[in-house]
Design a binder for this molecule. Structure first.
Ligand SMILES: [Cu+2]
Length: 254
């Protein structure tokens, strides 16, 4: 008896703690499950799908509309210059881009007067942009609280780890067209009417973007005439107003 007490008490304490943690976890999950996000994205956007999975893992129920996000973003009033690759709606708020689930939970808890949250562009290290291909690299970014008049302030700052980029030699080069590097890709989908092309591409050095599947706007959509799905191509791309633009695209030399 003398020997069992010191063992039994901590064990009971541990069990009680575990029970409370389990309950709290359950309640949190139940709360989040009551919250459904609607997400508009392109079916060929790999990082969008990973972001959806990040939300699901944090307890959100997600309804996906694979129709692109340009029209939804405009309809919901999110300014184009704050744009990214997917747009979502939850609890009366608009969510643009790779916003961490924790910030959406906080938004829904605090319920500030605002249009919603945005992470413009696609910062590496944000949820969905954090796969093994990025080798642990994290760029600094802010989750912006966006007002209905388009003004913003930082809702949450995420510091970066720049040293990873330097170690891997993934440094941004100039966006000057004269020196833009070519990236290689395979064409996945062509939407000439919308001026878009989905590419499974290799590293894009000037955008600091590792290999992935992405949808690009095409500056001169007539370039798409000569291309076919499945074709190997080379292209030059830049980022502008939250969208990625292909400036030049052509068949890869064999
Ligand atoms: Cu993305």
């Amino acid at each position: 008896m003398k020997n069992t007490l010191p063992i039994t008490l901590p064990r009971r304490h541990w069990l009680a703690t575990a029970a409370v943690l389990a309950l709290t976890g359950f309640e949190r999950t139940a709360l989040a499950q009551a919250t459904t996000l609607q997400v508009w994205k392109d079916p060929n956007c790999g990082c969008c799908q990973l972001w959806v999975e990040h939300l699901q893992a944090s307890g959100f129920k997600v309804e996906v509309r694979d129709v692109g996000n340009t029209a939804a973003r405009k309809r919901l009033g999110m300014p184009e210059q704050l744009g990214s690759c997917h747009t979502a709606s939850v609890g009366g708020y608009v969510i643009e881009g790779h916003v961490p689930a924790a910030d959406i939970h906080r938004l829904l808890k605090e319920r500030p007067a605002a249009l919603g949250l945005s992470v413009p562009g696609m910062p590496i290290g944000s949820p969905g942009m954090d796969g093994p291909e990025y080798k642990g690299r994290k760029d600094a970014y802010d989750v912006l609280l966006v007002q209905k008049d388009g003004s913003t302030k930082s809702f949450q700052h995420y510091p970066g780890l720049r040293r990873m980029a330097q170690r891997d030699g993934l440094q941004r080069v100039s966006d000057d067209a004269a020196v833009l590097p070519w990236a290689s890709a395979e064409v996945r989908r062509i939407d000439k009417a919308a001026g878009k092309v989905a590419l499974k591409h290799g590293e894009i050095k000037n955008l600091d973007m590792p290999p992935m599947s992405m949808v690009f706007q095409v500056k001169d959509p007539s370039q798409l005439d000569a291309l076919q799905v499945g074709q190997k191509v080379r292209f030059q791309a830049v980022q502008d107003k939250g969208a990625y633009w292909v400036l030049k695209i052509e068949a890869a030399a064999l």
